[in-house]
Design a binder for this molecule. Structure first.
Ligand SMILES: *[C@@H]1O[C@H](CO)[C@@H](O)[C@H](O)[C@H]1NC(C)=O
Ligand SMILES: *[C@@H]1O[C@H](CO)[C@@H](O)[C@H](O)[C@H]1NC(C)=O
Ligand SMILES: *[C@@H]1O[C@H](CO)[C@@H](O)[C@H](O)[C@H]1NC(C)=O
Ligand SMILES: *[C@@H]1O[C@H](CO)[C@@H](O)[C@H](O)[C@H]1NC(C)=O
Ligand SMILES: *[C@@H]1O[C@H](CO)[C@@H](O)[C@H](O)[C@H]1NC(C)=O
Length: 423
């Protein structure tokens, strides 16, 4: 609409140059200025008192810019390039905003170091909450979570992993929002998840870069929960946990042209923890890679024993792996505590999973389908196309491990051979 007005004004002004009197032309110029590329809808945080020089903390200016942008249809909060802004944990509430508010990061955003967070009551650093009529987070800039100040120095330092994990913030949390696009930005060194999406509809993440070390704990790249209609594509993710993690309540999730290096791959679950019900459907992961000697898995579905619900209609196709720990994994006995026993009472049912064209190298296992022994098991699994998985150490071929997995192998001459894997 704005583009339309702009070109209309352009036509009128060139017309007025030749045909109309100057009186009319002044009116048109004024009209033109008002409509100029929506300049009135851009709210630069510098104009709201942000300094963009550490150690100044600019949280108030950001909130003020958001408040102003929120009142305008298509309002843009601009975080300009050439500056690094430090902000404390902040929630940008979108519930009373006009449609399509944008948060444009061209400069750098930096979290305070852990010691400067002060008393903390949030599990996020930057939260966007309730933008029901469109939200865009975009720009060529970067967002740094200063994770190093949060991660345990070594895993053995981490006396209580579970508590530690619960205690570390996500960098970007988007909740209860619709028509969300996240594009262009770089997110680095998250204390926990880099981009966490919860309770949203229609989300597109593209051209995003996530970067943190392969040994940083629980640092999922993009973590999606209770969200429907998601597209994640043309993005590069390096992190210490799942590159893309799909949790309960997700439906219609497509992931394509994503590079995971390193990371724990593309993962559904863990689902059904502590007897809970979980539902995941219509997941399509294609034309993507998982690489690096720190990468634990290629593609994985994991469920806890004791849960209920389903995972159905999932396809992993054209996935290239390199040096990953395990290439293809279904684990219905997922457990984080060591020494937990296989209980085999029930699990989240898994059905309609297709693996097509999965190729590359693994370090410890090619295919592990460890399905629950109860009447759920894994059903309607299809393995087809080109399956070519070879150990990085040619002497260390490990036979596929398949138990209680039902379905069909349609791949011709797969490597490794899959005779007796599915039945
Ligand atoms: C979704 O958001 C984009 C950009 O913010 C906007 O241009 C588009 O109109 C929105 N679509 C709907 C259906 O709200
Ligand atoms: C989002 O807003 C809702 C409604 O105000 C509130 O209940 C919830 O705690 C907020 N969530 C976060 C993560 O801030
Ligand atoms: C991802 O990496 C590829 C190859 O290095 C590069 O061409 C592309 O621009 C990168 N994309 C992003 C969003 O970082
Ligand atoms: C299965 O998922 C794919 C990809 O999301 C979708 O195109 C297809 O319609 C789904 N099939 C069924 C039977 O729902
Ligand atoms: C899998 O690979 C085969 C052989 O290269 C190709 O014909 C087929 O289209 C591929 N499948 C998908 C889903 O792209």
């Amino acid at each position: 609409m704005k583009k339309f007005i702009a070109s209309f004004v352009l036509v009128i002004s060139s017309l007025c140059f030749t045909h109309f009197g100057s009186q009319l032309c002044h009116a048109e110029e004024a009209e033109s200025r008002r409509g100029k590329a929506g300049a009135n809808s851009v709210f630069n945080v510098m104009d709201f008192g942000a300094r963009g020089s550490s150690p100044a903390v600019d949280t108030k200016a950001f909130l003020a810019a958001w408040g102003a942008a929120c009142k305008v249809n298509g309002g843009v909060v601009l975080v300009p390039s050439g500056h690094t802004f430090t902000i404390l944990p902040v929630e940008f509430v979108g519930s009373n905003c006009q449609p399509n508010v944008a948060f444009q990061v061209d400069g750098s955003l930096s979290s305070p170091s852990r010691s400067d967070w002060g008393p903390r009551s949030t599990d996020y650093w930057i939260c966007f909450n309730g933008s029901a009529k469109g939200l865009s987070i975009r720009g060529a800039g970067s967002v740094d979570g200063k994770g190093r100040t949060w991660w345990p120095a070594s895993p053995s330092d981490d006396v209580n992993q579970e508590l530690m994990q619960g205690n570390r913030p996500h960098v970007i949390l988007v909740v209860y929002s619709n028509n969300v696009t996240i594009s262009g930005i770089t997110v680095t060194n998250s204390p926990r998840m880099h981009i966490f999406i919860y309770g949203c509809h229609q989300v597109e993440v593209s051209n995003v870069k996530v970067s943190s070390p392969g040994n940083s704990p629980n640092t999922d790249g993009i973590h999606v929960s209770n969200t429907q209609h998601v597209r994640i594509h043309h993005s590069n993710i390096s992190c210490g946990d799942d590159c893309v993690s799909i949790q309960t309540g997700c439906d219609d999730i497509r992931v394509y042209n994503v590079h995971c290096n390193p990371g724990h791959g593309y993962s559904i679950g863990g689902l059904g923890e502590r007897g809970s019900a979980a539902e995941v459907s219509n997941v399509f992961v294609t034309d993507s890679t998982v690489m690096g000697a720190d990468s634990l898995n290629g593609v994985r579905i994991k469920t806890w024993q004791g849960g209920s619900g389903y995972v159905r209609n999932v396809t992993f196709s054209n996935i290239q792996v390199s040096q990953v720990g395990r290439a293809i994994v279904i684990d219905q006995y997922y457990r984080e505590e060591t020494g937990a026993v296989k209980t085999e009472n029930s699990a989240v049912g898994i059905s309609g999973v297709t693996y097509e064209n999965i190729t590359g190298t693994y370090r410890s296992a090619s295919i592990v389908l460890d399905c629950s022994g109860d009447n759920q098991g894994c059903r309607d699994i299809t393995i087809r196309g080109v399956i070519s998985l070879r150990p990085t150490d040619p002497g260390a071929i490990v036979k596929p491990h398949c138990s209680n997995a039902h379905g069909h192998v349609l791949a011709r001459n797969p490597t490794p051979p899959l005779a007796g894997c599915l039945w």
